[in-house]
Ligand binder design. Structure first.
Ligand code: GDP
Ligand code: MG
Length: 635
């Protein structure tokens, strides 16, 4: 467990930590010389044989607020330290505001330097504190101490240990469900051991020998040894300070402060992040800001999506650089000059769409996410709106890799790695039925359409596997059929009318006599038919599988196509390849037709055309096998 300090510069934070633990957390010579904390300092307090508490001592000076932000990034418990002589000062309020934006759970207020003031002054400062805590953490305990004389230190020590007792078990329980994630604050090399990284475990747990990923790198690193809470250990848990000796780091890129270490292989970090912005100061649309999470920060602009109340808005952060974060992270937002804290963004969506970002559906979707307080309600909201890749959800919520997401709700299905809710599934089925029946109305002469076409018609928003499952479900319910890969309504059949039947017999005879492919214009002229009739009829015959188009408007009987395929296959079998000239002399239809046919087979996947010469080899010999021919082809 970690307890962070907060408070104005020179109010006695470092002295208090020293009084509590015996450790002076100011370790830099410059810090000792100036008597001021610059970097984050750490000190530990033993609770029992195997449990330890870490204190993070942060700088109070406004110049070092970035360091303070890094130190408190996962703060759940804090000491707010106020010197009795000064009382509440600017960074007292600012640090408290930041802790509250980060969703602090427990706050202990410490009024220090008691030895410097009288009791009336202490009462006055207590009143200031009450004013300060008028909105939240109202019932936080207040301790009056002196680091100089030791007054009140033993009582404070007891209170901290009491709090730790109630919290530590809960933290280790929480770390079981989540995946390991750590914000790196320091990287250095130790002679003989190699790279060591230190940081705070934000979630999950890590053990010796485990593989982890550094943000932005695809190759894993391995944990050789680890320290947790300042001691050699085999494991480390949520909200502990750790130092990991890692091997296998990328020589070129290395590891830097601000990077993340995760047990899950990271997804590409976003540049645009959507969430709910809880503000403590007003902001303007498209205002330039600084954003902070863990030890990383970047500049960004705030795009307002919708104002929800005076101090709450749905916004989009457009970051200058990619910014690694996951759902429910709280990103601190400061003004561009990094002088004041504007608020915090609770992350709702790390892959927001480019278009329709203010559409009513999108805004109500974001509101549903905002209201989702549990993992299952968030999963339901997401899967009701779109097909969610399982790996994306696991990453965005830092769940352990083998989490059983389906157990979260009965109404969610796993379709080939996509999580789809029953609600969405019904919507997709309805959409497919509408699209198919509209298609029949527009093109009654055609049997139906392919699933790929349906996917394009739904703007690619559903994965193929999900559409296929929806089609299968609909055909089980007898609401859709699929014939030769074409999806159609069961009542939509391509039976030829009496007129069409006569025309087809005429055309078939013509094709049989001609042997080779024929243009629609030839078919029309020779059979005394109107071109406007022949075109749609031929398309219908193609759908029925009777004829095929080798190029636009040039048709051949399907059985001839199988015959030519056999010619090609046999030739390649005996000679290893087929040349255009050979094929031409075998089928005797002229060079132009031979080329059209060979190119048709290339496109269909039967053959490959070699780049160098005009010869072809087999690519997939299992297609155009005559036994595949449907009954009606042969009739
Ligand atoms: N008299 C008195 N001085 C204190 C007390 N605590 C800290 N100081 C002094 O206040 C100054 C600032 O303390 P420090 O711990 O560095 O403050 P920080 O900037 O909040 O970390 C130092 O000179 C300390 O010796 C206290 O309880 N009583
Ligand atoms: Mg200090």
């Amino acid at each position: 467990m970690i307890i962070v300090t907060a408070g104005h510069v020179d109010h006695g934070k470092t002295s208090l930590i020293e009084a509590l633990t015996g450790t002076n957390a100011d370790r830099l010579p410059e810090e000792k010389q100036r008597g001021m904390t610059i970097e984050l300092g750490y000190a530990f307090m033993d609770l029992s044989d195997n449990q330890r508490l870490a204190f993070v001592d942060v700088p109070g000076h406004s110049k070092f607020i970035n360091t303070m932000l890094a130190g408190v990034s996962c703060a759940k418990h804090a000491l707010l330290i106020i010197a009795c002589d000064d009382g509440v000062m600017p960074q007292t309020s600012e640090h408290l505001a930041i802790l509250q934006l980060l969703n602090l759970e427990h706050l202990i207020v410490v009024l220090t330097k008691q030895d410097k003031v009288d009791s009336a002054r202490i009462e006055a400062v207590k009143e200031e504190v009450n004013q300060l805590l008028s909105h939240s953490h109202r019932n936080s305990p207040i301790h009056v101490v002196s680091a100089q004389t030791g007054l009140g230190i033993a009582e404070l020590n007891q209170a901290i240990k009491q709090l730790a007792k109630t919290q530590i078990d809960e933290l280790s329980r929480a770390s079981e469900q989540a995946s390991f994630r750590m914000a790196i604050d320091r990287v250095f090399t130790v002679k003989g051991a190699g790279v060591v990284v230190t940081g705070t475990v934000i979630s999950g747990q890590v053990s010796q020998g485990e593989s982890l990923y550094v943000s932005g790198q695809s190759k894993a690193v391995k944990v050789r040894t680890l320290h947790s809470q300042g001691r050699v250990s085999e494991h480390a848990y949520t909200c502990q300070r750790v130092a990991l000796n890692v091997t296998g780091t990328n020589q070129h890129r290395g590891i830097q402060r601000g990077d993340w270490l995760t047990a899950l292989a990271p997804l590409a970090p976003p540049k645009v992040i959507c969430g709910v912005f809880e503000t403590c100061l007003p902001f303007k649309h498209w205002q330039s800001v600084q954003v902070h999470l863990g030890n990383s920060h970047t500049t960004a602009r705030i795009g307002l999506l919708e104002m929800l109340s005076d101090n709450q808005a749905l916004v989009e952060l457009q970051c200058e650089q990619v910014f690694s974060c996951v759902e429910q992270d709280r990103i601190i937002v400061r003004d561009a000059a990094a002088k004041t804290t504007l608020g915090a963004l609770r992350v709702l969506d790390i892959a927001p769409p480019n278009r329709g970002k203010r559409s009513p559906q999108r805004l109500s979707y974001l509101k549903a996410l905002k209201e989702s307080e549990t993992l299952s309600s968030s999963l339901l909201a997401q899967t009701a709106a779109h097909c969610v890749p399982k790996s994306t959800f696991i990453w965005a919520n830092q769940l352990s890799a083998n989490s059983d997401l389906l157990s979260l709700s009965e109404s969610i299905h796993d379709v080939d790695g996509y999580l789809v809710s029953e609600v969405l599934n019904e919507q997709i089925e309805q959409q497919l039925l509408t699209l198919v029946s509209e298609y029949h109305q527009a093109s009654p002469e055609l049997l139906g359409l392919t699933i790929n076409r349906l996917q394009r018609m739904t703007h690619g928003q559903y994965p193929l596997a999900v559409l296929m499952r929806a089609c299968d479900n609909l055909s089980l319910k007898n609401r859709l059929n699929s014939t030769r890969g074409l999806v159609h309504l069961p009542q939509h059949n391509l039976a030829l009318s009496n007129d069409e039947l006569l025309q087809w017999q005429q055309i078939k005879l013509h094709m049989l006599t001609a042997g080779g492919p024929l243009w629609t214009s030839d078919l029309a002229q020779h059979n005394n038919l109107n071109l406007d009739v022949v075109g749609p009829l031929c398309r219908k015959l193609v759908q029925l599988g009777y004829i095929s188009a080798i190029i636009k408007d040039r048709y051949v009987l399907t059985e001839r196509l199988y015959f030519y395929a056999n010619v090609i296959r046999d030739q390649i079998k005996t000679h290893g390849e087929i040349k255009t000239a050979d094929f031409n002399s075998m089928i005797q239809l002229g060079r132009k037709t031979s080329i059209q046919l060979l190119e048709f087979y290339d496109r269909s996947g039967l053959t490959w055309r070699k780049k160098k010469d005009n010869s072809r080899v087999i690519r997939d010999s299992s297609i155009f096998i005559a036994s595949d021919l449907a009954e009606e082809h042969r009739s």
